[in-house]
Ligand binder design. Structure first.
Ligand code: C5P
Length: 221
């Protein structure tokens, strides 16, 4: 059994892809499987935290003892996260949130026309959920993720500062996307701390220990 280092804490986790409607039958999404986020939700629960998992569409089973809220679009995920954020001590933002939604999504199925003109989709920016939660006055302690394909150190550290989070986990997308193993590098105020390549659940458990050691103690009211 894992030590209950997060007993009494509430953890909010976002996981999986988002799915942005084009019309009632078509969506734009990404290749996130949700495995990393679900492993982290499980590890947080093992560590004694109460866990709320806000998940985009995945094929995964809800980890034991975890409360799951299903969402599809980034804007739905934003709504669910903002609703839960006020009561969370920790927010781990693992979801691969789409950067854009389709501004001119159709309420009817788009049809091919006789002259073969394809539809023109217009994109509009989605809210940055993590950056917004990190700004909350008495919000949770935030952990961000950065899946990059190159220049991981520079991108991850820049992202950590831009989003204003104390801890950001970098990994190489080509090694971890849809894979069962992952290699985390933790970025915090002291620099970069690489973890070894591990099965996702073991990497998640190490991350949870790293969160527990960094989590500020709540002042006694
Ligand atoms: O902005 P970018 O996608 O590069 O940063 C990744 C981190 O930000 C992840 O922790 C992801 O969950 C979060 N994010 C978010 N809302 C967005 C985009 C990313 O919360 N719209």
């Amino acid at each position: 059994a894992q030590p209950k280092v997060l007993a009494g804490k509430t953890a909010l986790v976002s996981a999986g892809p988002t799915s942005e409607p084009i019309d009632p039958v078509r969506v734009i999404t990404n290749r996130s499987s949700g495995k990393t986020g679900y492993a982290i939700a499980r590890a947080l629960r093992e560590a004694g935290a109460q866990v709320v998992l806000v998940s985009g569409p995945t094929a995964l089973e809800t980890p034991y003892g975890v409360t799951r809220i299903n969402v599809e679009s980034a804007r739905e995920m934003h709504g669910a996260i903002m609703q839960q954020a006020a009561t969370a001590d920790i927010f781990v933002s693992v979801a691969a949130v789409a950067d854009w939604h389709i501004a001119n999504a159709s309420s009817n199925k788009l049809k091919k026309n006789a002259v073969g003109e394809p539809p023109e989709l217009q994109f509009a920016q989605n809210p940055d959920i993590l950056a917004e939660v990190a700004q909350l006055a008495s919000g949770p302690w935030c952990v961000g993720f950065a899946a990059e394909t190159e220049n991981l150190h520079e991108h991850a550290e820049a992202k950590r500062r831009r989003k204003g989070v104390p801890l950001l986990v970098g990994n190489l997308a080509q090694h971890s996307m849809n894979a069962d193993d992952t290699t985390f590098i933790l970025f915090d105020d002291d620099g970069a701390h690489p973890l070894p390549a591990l099965p996702k659940l073991q990497a998640a458990r190490q991350l949870v220990q790293a969160i527990a050691t960094r989590l500020p103690r709540k002042p006694i009211p």
